[in-house]
Design a binder for this molecule. Structure first.
Ligand code: OFO
Length: 169
């Protein structure tokens, strides 16, 4: 059985993962309006990943005999100055999520929930990957600057990203 404190920490994080899904959906719409379809695809994969992250925790809480009580999801931003600004936002957001997963791990250690610690290891590794992926795109956008041809080349590259359903835990 999951402790009340651990359950609450997971519920908070489920909300943050669903917010991430919402934020990337909003970014997907931003890129769709710019007709940058590769970026749209990249965000679409991100949306699906965040949904999987939320559902992984959702299923885990239930599996441990916990109760799910969903909270409202905050409204995400809807406009950015440029693709570069979007990816700066994504990196900042992922760094924040990493800090929240670490905080969740702190709770698991505090209540000595070893099963949760093992489960959360997957999320910690995933965050390393997320930050690195986003950092890669951001670095390319910085190099591109105002070069529209290079931006379209990157858009083509991002069109190749595909979603793979993760095996969590
Ligand atoms: Fe769920 O990793 Fe991004 O936010």
């Amino acid at each position: 059985m999951i402790s009340e404190k651990m359950e609450k920490a997971f519920l908070d994080q489920i909300n943050k993962e669903l917010y991430s899904e919402y934020l990337y959906l909003s970014m997907k719409a931003y890129f769709a309006n710019l007709n940058l379809n590769g970026f749209v695809n990249w965000m679409d994969v991100q949306v699906q990943e965040e949904h999987a992250h939320a559902m992984g925790m959702f299923d885990y809480v239930l599996e441990r005999g916990g109760k799910i009580e969903l909270e409202a999801i905050e409204k995400p931003e809807t406009n950015w100055e440029s693709p570069l600004k979007v990816f700066e936002h994504v990196l900042k957001h992922e760094e924040y999520v990493t800090s929240r997963i670490n905080a969740l791990m702190d709770v698991a250690e505090e209540v000595k929930d070893r099963a949760a610690i093992i489960f959360l290891n997957w999320y910690l590794k995933e965050q390393v990957e997320e930050e690195s992926n986003v950092g890669g795109v951001l670095a390319q956008l910085k190099l591109i600057g105002e070069d529209k041809h290079a931006l379209y080349a990157l858009d083509k590259e991002l069109a190749a990203r595909t979603f793979v359903q993760p095996v969590i835990g």
